[in-house]
Each structure stands twice: as C-alpha cells, then as structure tokens.
Design a protein around this ligand. Structure first.
Ligand code: N01
Length: 541
C-alpha cells in the first residue's frame, strides 16, 4: 500500500476526502479505479453519464462500431477477462462494447466507487493544503490528493454555430450525444451534415430507413472497407489460445494493432507490386491499409499512389461519375483519420440519397423546416450533426482547471496544449491526464494506450507514497523539451498538411497544433526510462 493510502481515511478537515478523484468512467477511468484499489488507495470516479463506457455510452448513432478489431480493442490486464468475454463480430458494434464495459464494471464491482450523473465544473489545486478540490455542477465539493482526468479524447461534441438552428421545428441530434431511445427515421426526410467517420458509419444505415437522405459534404473523406463479419467461434478460440503472442506483436507495431508496417517505400517497387499490395490490404479491410508501405505519411508522391488507389475504387463503385468525383478526396490519405466503412460509397447509388456539395459555400442557415445551402432550400424532418468533436483538449478545457497561482489550464494552453508525456502539466501538481495531448493516444489502439497510461500513473503515485512525497509535478524544462519533440516529429510528416481535428483546425479559434505524439514504441520506451530513472522530468516533492 502506498503512503498516501495509509494516510487517508476520508473526510476529516485536515485530510482530503479521497486519495484520488478520477473524472470519467470510460475505459480509462474504470481501469484507473481498479489499479488504485489494488494499491489500497481510496478513489472516487465522477461521471456525467448514468452509466459506464465513456465514448461508447454517448456515441449510440446508427451503425456505430469500433474501427479497431474486437479481439484487440479490449483490456489485456487480466487473462481471465480476455478469456471469458466473447466478441461476436470482427468489429464490435457500439451496444456490444457498452455491454463489455458494463461486464467489466460488474466483474470488479466498480460501481460502488462511481458517482454517476455528476458533471465536474471545476478542479482547483489548493497550494496551501496540497489538495485538489473538485466542484460538481450540482455544487458538491470533493477533495483529493491526486486528480486523474480520464475525460477521453473525443468526448466534447461540436455542433457548429449554424444560424437559425433554434428555429428548426423537428428533432436534431449529434452523433456523439445520441439519445438512448431508438431513433426511427422511417418515412422521414433526413439531413446529415458532415462526412467524417461517424457520418460514414451512419449514412448507409440511415439511408436504408429514411424516405430521403440529404448528405451535406464540405470535404470528402477517404474510406476503406471494414469487411466486417461474424467472428466464428473457432477463429475466436484460436486467437484466445494465442492471446499472449498477439498482444506481444501489438507492442511492436506502429499503432498498437496486429498489423506491422511493410518496411518498403511505395516508390521502390513496381507499379504492379504497389497495386498488389494496396489490393491485399483493401481486401483484408480496415485501417491496416496505411501499413501498405513505410512512407505513405512521409512522402506526398508515395501518398498519392495510395490515394489514387482509393479514388479508383470510388469511381468503380459509384455509378454517377459526377458524384464519384465529388466523393473523391484530393488531400493526403491518412492525414485525417482514415474512415472504415460498410457500403458507404455504394449508398450514393440509391435513389433516395442526395449528395449536396457545400465545399464552396457553407450551409447558409437552418430554417423551421429545413436547411438552405447554395441558395436552395432542403425540406427535412430531422437533422443529424456528424460534425465531430473538440478533440483532445475540449473535454479538459470545459472544466475550469486551476493549478499553482490560480492559473487556468485553458490559459496555459492558449497557444496549444503543453504537457510532459501527455500525462502531466507543469504548474498543475498531482493532476494527470489519461491519453492526453502529447501522447500517442488517438493514433493507436486506444485500449493498450489507456492501460499503459493507467499503469504509469498508478506506479508513479505508489512511488511517491513509498518515498513519503506528496506532490508529483512535471518540470517546466521536461515539458518544454517534450512539446518541442512532439512538434518536431509531426513536422517531419504529412500530418500538418490538412485541416484535421488532430490539429484542432475543426474548431474556430483553436490554435493549429498537432496534438498526438507520433511513435507508439518510442513513447513506451521513453515512459519505461522515465520510471526507471526515478520519474525523470517530474519533481517528486
Ligand atoms: O468527426 P470528424 P467524426 N459545415 O471531425 C464536417 C473517431 N470515431 O465524428 O472535413 C459542414 O472526423 C467536417 O467537414 P470538414 C475517429 O477517430 C471513431 O466523424 O471539416 N460540415 C467533417 O466532414 C474520428 O476521426 C469511430 O470540412 C461540417 C465532419 O463534419 C473521430 O472520432 C467512429 C461543419 C466531422 O468529421 C471524429 O469523427 C466514429 C460545418 N459547419 C468516430 N463542421 C470508431 O470507429 C464540421 N463539418 C472508433
């Protein structure tokens, strides 16, 4: 048991209420709670929703499923848990992932330390007492030595400021904040705004139900087929028998999945070999398409070959050449997160689907019974905003977080997020972020990245307790160096070349900074080194 645990008995005036407060009961918050319990520490999780699951609790839109394969997108900290759970499809649908999250919560009796229906409004570090005081929107105050933000990377839904939205008579929904009741589009005219991953998953399903679907596309996106299929029990059992090997392999790849990159330049092989390789990845399905060659995100010329392969598939699939052209992106493939689809492009062959190109002039306004774009009125019964998220920093910035000297995190991050390892922020002692900006997070399989962060943070808290220290804080030097390193790596790639949410460009006024860290293995190695050197770069005081 760590020293912090031994000291805490909750509630007294001189003592904080808990050793640790955790914000968010998604996969990060749940595992954090479990690890802290193992250390004998007292912890409480504060969660806005009425249940566990985080992103999978909120993103209930039709067709929502994970774009990482089920057998990989799950916890690996317990072999019993891995062995007892049976995924039914290659890519799990959202309801099954939510069932899994609930199963984990039941199995480890997590709910007794989770306070649901509680949104945290502020988190303030009291320097005199060395404690964090969190205040909920309901006015409740809770204190703890440590505060862990498990608030998710894509949790702050973005509904752009469309003129006239308040006048719309019908219902409207955001994919990232979907109702818990089933939404039935039968016989309705529906507008979907946006063509990112969420739209690409939901459009084919909505089109099957709706009387007419209008898709408002500002920028086309690249999508590769998922090739989703039921998981045959013998396939699942074979993976389970070899889970240790699969997990070991994942630790060696660029994004923490089973697909190693083909370490050859796309430009060093013949056109035939290139085509063969792209076709093989296309036939396999999923995000592994970007592993076809090692320079797809380093060389524009190499990238063009991968992009053109997808454009050819779009032209083959979409009957109307004009529509096919509109649906064909011209940007760098993979610069925005690649989308994984089931029948997305084919959906545009349906007579009840209209593609509205708003690339040159935006949706002008929303009226009582529809939308106006390019001077034309579109009458619709329902609007679906598939307009994305204020990614990586949004869910942190909407909490009033104050560190030393009362400085707000929002102010500190005014020019873009600054962290050490995506885990800690100088000036904000004992505050940790799970998969925060500056860590590989969204560029990897999130589950292993979450587990690695949780284990790093719990080990560090335990280390501080064992050494009878009460504060753990990133030094300004370590933070500066890390921020410089994150930017340097991003600058060597094609990632900064498009307007992606990785850069924050989708949110008006947000500084253009590439937020995730590029290099899953190098990152893990760095974290191991930092820990082995007594948490180098942190002041444990
Ligand atoms: O959001 P996005 P998303 N007028 O930001 C458009 C993860 N995810 O929810 O590109 C008109 O990608 C915007 O247009 P543009 C995944 O990591 C995972 O789809 O800015 N259009 C774009 O087309 C993903 O990358 C899964 O020009 C407007 C769209 O809205 C991330 O979440 C499933 C507009 C937003 O696309 C975000 O995906 C789903 C406006 N004013 C999502 N404003 C998994 O499988 C925005 N748009 C795990």
């Amino acid at each position: 048991m760590g020293e912090a645990g031994r000291r805490s008995n909750g509630g007294g005036a001189a003592h904080p209420d808990f050793d640790v407060l955790i914000v968010g009961a998604g996969f990060g918050g749940m595992y954090m709670l479990l690890k802290l319990r193992e250390l004998g520490l007292s912890a409480r999780v504060l969660e806005t929703g009425s249940g566990v699951g985080g992103t999978w609790y909120w993103n209930r839109y039709p067709g929502a499923r994970c774009d990482v394969e089920s057998m990989e997108y799950c916890y690996q900290f317990s072999d019993e848990l891995q062995q007892e759970w049976n995924w039914s499809e290659r890519y799990s649908p959202q309801p099954e992932i939510l069932d899994y999250a609930n199963h984990v919560a039941d199995r480890y009796d997590l709910r007794r330390d989770i306070q649901f229906d509680t949104r945290v409004a502020s988190a303030v570090f009291h320097e005199d007492r060395g404690v964090w005081v969190l205040e909920t929107e309901g006015g409740e105050q809770l204190s703890a030595t440590y505060c862990v933000m498990a608030t998710g990377c894509l949790s702050s839904a973005n509904v752009p400021d469309f003129k006239g939205l308040e006048t719309f008579r019908g219902p409207w929904y955001h994919t990232g904040n979907w109702p818990h009741e089933e939404v039935d589009f039968s016989g309705q005219r529906v507008a979907v705004i946006g063509t990112g991953s969420s739209a690409i998953q939901s459009i084919p399903v909505i089109a099957e139900q709706a009387e007419h679907l209008y898709v408002f596309q500002r920028t086309p996106n690249y999508a590769v087929p998922a090739r989703n299929t039921p998981l045959a029990p013998e396939v699942r059992d074979r993976i389970k028998e070899n889970y240790a090997e699969l997990r070991a392999l994942e630790k060696t790849t660029r994004n923490g999945t089973q697909y190693p990159i083909n370490d050859v330049s796309a430009l060093d092989v013949s056109a035939q070999e290139r085509e063969r390789r792209f076709q093989a990845m296309w036939d396999n399905g999923g995000l592994c398409y970007m592993t076809s060659f090692n320079d797809l995100l380093l060389s524009r010329e190499a990238n063009d070959t991968a992009a053109e392969f997808i454009r050819s598939r779009i032209r083959e699939t979409v009957d109307d050449p004009e529509k096919a052209e509109l649906l064909s992106p011209k940007s760098v493939v993979g610069c925005k997160r690649l989308c994984v689809d089931t029948d997305y492009y084919k959906t545009y062959n349906r007579s009840n689907v209209t593609l509205v190109d708003v690339s040159q002039s935006p949706v002008e306004k929303i009226t009582a019974d529809g939308l106006i774009a390019k001077g034309d009125a579109y009458q619709v019964d329902t609007i679906v905003f598939a307009t994305g998220f204020d990614a990586m920093t949004g869910s942190l910035n909407r909490i009033d977080i104050r560190g030393r000297g009362g400085r707000t995190l929002k102010d500190k991050w005014g020019e873009g997020p600054r962290t050490y390892l995506g885990i800690a922020v100088a000036g904000f002692p004992n505050l940790f972020t799970i998969t925060g900006p500056g860590s590989p997070s969204v560029l990897t399989n999130m589950l292993p990245s979450i587990e690695q962060h949780v284990e790093f943070i719990s080990d560090m808290i335990d280390y501080a307790g064992e050494h009878d220290r009460r504060t753990v804080e990133a030094t300004a030097e370590a933070e500066d160096e890390w921020v410089g390193h994150v930017n340097l790596l991003a600058g060597k790639t094609l990632y900064p070349s498009c307007n992606s949410w990785y850069l924050g460009v989708n949110i008006p006024g947000k500084p253009r900074v590439f937020m995730p860290y590029l290099g899953y293995q190098a990152y893990q190695e760095k974290c191991r080194e930092v820990a082995a050197n007594g948490y180098e770069g942190f002041q444990v005081g």
